[in-house]
Design a binder for this molecule. Structure first.
Ligand SMILES: O=C[C@H](O)[C@H](O)[C@H](O)COP(=O)(O)O
Length: 230
């Protein structure tokens, strides 16, 4: 296994061990959460009784392979905790997510959860947020939304498919626009402005959940857990 995967595995396994019998657990999207699901699968085989609420087709399919019982937000409008990955994390535990175009459902699940466990390797930590901000928008509003992003100082690019010609279509049937802003000086304000553009479902900035967030950083031999105020 590569060093990167060892670190992701350590983070994912640690997060899974925070899950207790009877919990309803949000299952995020991406490669790091896969390890948490792998560990949950073995815990379920050992008798753990939980229900997972997946945040994407990818998470749903992987969870099924692992034998994790599944439900939806209709079944469970509130969750005990959610485990998810991130693309960039700043010292105030504000994040950018959405590399996998799953940020809208991830944000719904995070919002529904009492506690948000973010699993990551050290490469995601940054003293500032300057990564591309993914924005999910309905196709009808895409061009107007991109104009608004330019007026906000951003450079929007329609995400293109791999092994599929044309735009990426999200799990909810929309376009994903990657918006570069350079260093984001006021992430809260930018999140709110992007989310308020008509036709936008959600952007990948997560600035409102720091107080219920624990970031688990996998290292080669252990993990570091970061809480706000550490
Ligand atoms: O849309 C995708 C998500 O926000 C992922 O949680 C994020 O990209 C992290 O993925 P990974 O664990 O593969 O780095």
């Amino acid at each position: 296994m590569t060093d990167a995967n060892i670190m992701k595995k350590n983070a994912g396994y640690y997060a899974a061990e925070l899950v207790e019998d009877g919990m309803i657990v949000g299952l995020g999207t991406g490669s790091t959460v896969f390890f948490a699901m792998e560990k949950l699968s073995s815990m379920i085989n050992g008798g753990l009784d939980i229900v997972g609420v997946p945040t994407s087709y990818q998470a749903m399919r992987r969870a099924r392979e692992y034998g994790i019982p599944l439900g939806t937000l209709d079944d469970y409008p509130t969750l005990d905790l959610a485990i998810d990955g991130a693309d960039q994390i700043d010292p105030k535990l504000r994040m950018i997510k959405g590399r996998g175009a799953a940020q809208t459902m991830e944000k719904c699940v995070c919002d529904a959860a009492d506690s948000f466990i973010v699993v990551s390797d050290p490469s995601k930590l940054s003293d500032r947020l300057d990564a591309v901000v993914p924005v999910e928008v309905i196709p009808f509003a895409c061009s107007t939304m991109m104009e608004t992003v330019r007026k906000l100082g951003g450079v929007p690019v329609v995400r293109e498919g791999v092994k599929k010609d044309g735009p990426v279509i999200t799990d909810s049937g929309n376009f994903e626009i990657d918006c570069s802003f350079g260093i984001i000086k006021d992430p809260e304000s930018l999140e709110s402005r992007l989310n308020n553009i008509p036709g936008v479902l959600s952007c990948g900035l997560f600035t409102q959940y720091s107080s219920k967030t624990r970031v688990v950083i996998g290292k080669k031999n252990d993990v570091e857990v970061i809480l706000l105020g550490d």
